[in-house]
Design a protein around this ligand. Sequence first.
Ligand SMILES: *[C@@H]1O[C@H](CO)[C@@H](O)[C@H](O)[C@H]1NC(C)=O
Length: 250
Amino acid sequence: LSIILSLFISCYCSKYSALPKLNNTKDVEAFIDSAEVVVIGFLEGEESHGYKELVAAAKRVSSVPAAICTVKEVWADYNIASDSIALFRKADNHQENIVLSKIKKLETDGLVNFISINELRYITEYNQVTAVGLFNSEVKTHLLFFANRGSKEYLELKERLGALAPEYTGKFLFVLINGAVKSNLKSLNYFGLKPQDLPRVGIYDGDSDMKWLLPEGEISTERVREFCESFLRGELKEVKQAGAEAKTEL
Ligand SMILES: *[C@@H]1O[C@H](CO)[C@@H](O)[C@H](O)[C@H]1NC(C)=O
């Protein structure tokens, strides 16, 4: 009985667990800085429309910390004029808002979707959901890391490139394309690659719709950095592009 009772209590309590409260701009800044992606409900109070949905969504997307700020003097620092839910991320230094008065109805599913789409990290795994967020970003150049999940170098290289990504905030989004899933074969093919050719690194520039591969060899921080720099210096435009057909959607 005591086990059942404690289970009941823990479910009951977690169902109504409150979000952390941010009381001033310093709290908000610290919270934004605490993770690559965070969500903050700028809501009048816990009774406000959106609060329950935010609590429920935060539980489902546990990779993104959520908090609430009810202090209106603080809202102005984030250009918030009325009850809103805002996502802050470091990868492109972006704030994305849902203004509650501007939407018909906020539902937990919709909020989970909003967070998942916009959950761009220093290195973001490409899939149908993140594709939307990636292509909505103002940063149109992607440093692509093609690798097969489960291969021996996968985690080490992901970590190595993830550590390089902050140097290129606002210039590149670092995107991981897992060659071990079938739905990504189109992206590989676009670069003239097959799963057995991986790991490889490429650049896709959305502004010019051009793409290049880092020549085969060790994927070291130095080589990838030099690859990024040569793009930024405009030198890659003189270099032969990757892949056969020039015009296919990624
Ligand atoms: C904000 O104030 C509440 C109540 O005074 C307190 O419990 C909470 O810890 C404070 N938040 C932060 C981030 O310090």
